[in-house]
Write a protein of this length. Structure first.
Length: 150
């Protein structure tokens, strides 16, 4: 069965960050490798209206255009539902997660995504330790590429 991956905004834009730091470079390469798996139909990338919204806030026109092109690799875009809002609020309260981060996690959880990928260390620690998030693996880009290529 093909695994479904959800990237939050900081993960999907990692290849556009300053690559002079080794960790950022390696995470960037991991994201690009995962996107190649998506292109080869070995992994399915599921996007969302939340990701589109957050990308619309990016002030750099160049970055925004690149990310909008990359989003075309995702065959489907999840839409928020009333239940997404409730789960988002629950995550914000229980885990002290910001609204947009909680919305990303909530929509991925509701849609039974296999892997949630973020390069945000603080968010990753909170969701890995969450009692609410049990059915979805939450991984960094490096952890995810390792998981997908085993």
């Amino acid at each position: 069965m093909i695994k479904r991956v959800y990237f939050d905004t900081c993960a999907i834009q990692r290849p556009l960050d300053d690559l002079s730091q080794l960790r950022i470079y390696l995470e960037s390469e991991a994201i690009l490798a995962i996107l190649r798996l998506v292109e080869d139909s070995q992994v399915t990338w599921i996007s969302s209206d939340i990701l589109m919204l957050e990308i619309s806030y990016i002030t750099s026109i160049e970055k925004k255009m690149i990310l909008q092109d990359v989003l075309k690799l995702a065959p489907s875009q999840l839409k928020r539902k009333k239940s997404t809002k409730l789960l988002t609020e629950q995550l914000m309260m229980a885990e002290s997660i910001t609204a947009l981060d909680a919305a990303h996690v909530a929509i991925a959880l509701e849609n039974e995504i296999d892997y949630f990928c973020t390069s945000d260390d603080k968010l990753l620690k909170k969701i890995k330790n969450s009692a609410i998030i049990k059915t979805m693996q939450c991984l960094s880009p490096l952890e995810l590429i390792e998981e997908l290529t085993q």
